[in-house]
Design a protein. Structure first.
Length: 395
C-alpha cells in the first residue's frame, strides 16, 4: 500500500517545533522531506534536552521526537551559490515549508514572490508567530507568548487561581497542524488549477481559532471567561472528583447519563432535587454538586468507580500520568507508541501517527537524521549529480 502523500517533495527549512511538527505530519504519510539545515548547528532543537549520550556522542531526544521520516542536508544561505542551488531545488519541489520571522526569506531572495516565478506550482507554507501581515508581523513569538496573547492561558488553571500555561506546547503544535491542513487545501486547489499558492499561518490566529466556547460565552455575556479548573463551563457534572486513592473524571453530558450516574452513586434523591433537574440547574449549582459527589466518591478507589461507571455506560477516566499513558493497552493497540533505531542514540520510543487510513496508511519508518547526513544522497536523487558535481555546487 502506498502512502497518501508519496511522491511529494517538501523542502523543509523549519526548526524547533511548529514547522518541524508540520513536516513530520507530512512525512508520516509519505511526503519526501528534504530537511534543509544551516551548517554546524542545524535545527535549534538539536541543542535542546533531554539528550541521549552514547560512545561520546550526544543527540537530542527532543529533536528526534519531531524529525523522524526526514532526511537532512546542509545549506548555508549566506553563500550565494547555496541560494542558487536551493532555487534549482525549488524547480523540482512541490512544497517549501519555513517558519522564519517574516521577511527573512525575502532577505535571501527566497520569498514566495521569487520562488513562485521559478516554479508557479510551488506551495509556499509559512508558519510564524503572527503571520505575514498585520501590526504584529515582525514581533518574535514562542509558544508561551501566543498562549498568553491568544487567551487560552486566561481560561486555564484552578478556579480563582492564576492563569496557567497548558502543559503541552499547543501554541506551536496547533500552528503545525493548521499549516499541514492549509497545505492539503493548497494541494487540492493545485490539482484542479495547476497553480500553487502561499499558505500563511500565524500561531496567534490558531490560538484564537481553538478558543471554542470561550468566545461564544464572551459575546453572549459580555464578560471574559476565567479559569474553572477541570470542570466544564456549561455541562454538569463534567469534571474531576476525589476518589479514595486519587482523582477520576466523570462526564455526564446529558439527562440520560445523569440518571445513570445517580443510580451508580446510589443517590436517587438527586433526581428529584430541583437544583439538579436540568443540565442548566446542575451547572447553576455546580459547587453544591461537587461537594456532594466528592463525599460519595471518596469511599471507593478509582478502579472500583471505573468498573461501576463503565458498566453503566457513564463516560469516565482516570487522570493518567505519562507513564500510564504510554503503557495503556488502547494506546499501544493503535500503535501510538513506536520504537525506532537511531544511529547514535539506539532504540528510542516516541508517539506514533494518529490518523489511521484504510487504503493509504501513514507509518513511522526512519529515525531523525544526523545533521547533514543525506546531503549528497538527496542531491543525487534530485539531480542525478555525481560526488564531484555536488562538491562544486556546494562551494
Amino acid at each position: 500500500m502506498t502512502a497518501p502523500l508519496e511522491g511529494l517533495i517538501v523542502l523543509d527549512l523549519t526548526r524547533v517545533l511548529a514547522g518541524p511538527y508540520c513536516g513530520m505530519m507530512l512525512a508520516d504519510y509519505g511526503a519526501n522531506i528534504y530537511k534543509v539545515e544551516p551548517p554546524e548547528v542545524g535545527d535549534d532543537s538539536r541543542a535542546f534536552g533531554p539528550f541521549i549520550e552514547k560512545q561520546g556522542k550526544k543527540e537530542s531526544a527532543y529533536f528526534m521526537s519531531l524529525n523522524r521520516n526526514k532526511r537532512s542536508m546542509v545549506l548555508n544561505f549566506k553563500q550565494q551559490s547555496h541560494v542558487e542551488l536551493f532555487k534549482e531545488m525549488v524547480k523540482k519541489a512541490d512544497i517549501v515549508l519555513e517558519n522564519y520571522k517574516p521577511g527573512t526569506m525575502e532577505k535571501f531572495g527566497l520569498g514566495y514572490d521569487a520562488l513562485e516565478k521559478i516554479n508557479p506550482r510551488i506551495i509556499y507554507a509559512a508558519c510564524s508567530g503572527f503571520g505575514h501581515t498585520g501590526p504584529y508581523m515582525e514581533k518574535p513569538a514562542y509558544d508561551i507568548i501566543v498562549q498568553a496573547m491568544g487567551g487560552v492561558m486566561s481560561i486555564t488553571g484552578s478556579e480563582g487561581g492564576d492563569p496557567t500555561r497548558i502543559g503541552a506546547s499547543i501554541g506551536d503544535i496547533t500552528a503545525g497542524i493548521f499549516t499541514a491542513y492549509g497545505i492539503m487545501m493548497a494541494l487540492y486547489h493545485r490539482q484542479t488549477s495547476g497553480k500553487g499558492q502561499k499558505v500563511d499561518v500565524g500561531m496567534l490566529d490558531c490560538q484564537v481559532a481553538i478558543l471554542e466556547n470561550a468566545i461564544a460565552r464572551y459575546f453572549t455575556s459580555g464578560t471574559s471567561p476565567t479559569p474553572l479548573g477541570n470542570r466544564h463551563p456549561s455541562i454538569t457534572p463534567f469534571a474531576s472528583f476525589t476518589a479514595k486513592d486519587g482523582y477520576i473524571i466523570v462526564g455526564a453530558g446529558n439527562d440520560r447519563l445523569w440518571k445513570k450516574l445517580c443510580e451508580v452513586l446510589n443517590r436517587p434523591e438527586w433526581l428529584q432535587d430541583p437544583d439538579y433537574k436540568t443540565n442548566g440547574d446542575r451547572t447553576n449549582n455546580v459547587k453544591k454538586l461537587q461537594i456532594q459527589m466528592d463525599e460519595v466518591m471518596k469511599d471507593r478507589t478509582i478502579d472500583e468507580w471505573m468498573k461501576l461507571l463503565e458498566d453503566a455506560g457513564v463516560p469516565c477516566a482516570p487522570i493518567n500520568t505519562v507513564e500510564r499513558v504510554v503503557n495503556d493497552p488502547q494506546v499501544n493497540f493503535r500503535d501510538m507508541i513506536v520504537e525506532l533505531d537511531h544511529p547514535v542514540a539506539g532504540k528510542q520510543k516516541m508517539a506514533g501517527a494518529p490518523v489511521k487510513m484504510s487504503l493509504t496508511p501513514g507509518s513511522v519508518r526512519t529515525s531523525a537524521p544526523l545533521l547533514g547526513q543525506h546531503t549528497n544522497e538527496l542531491l543525487k536523487e534530485m539531480f542525478g549529480w555525481d560526488d564531484k558535481t555536488i562538491e562544486e555546487k556546494l562551494k
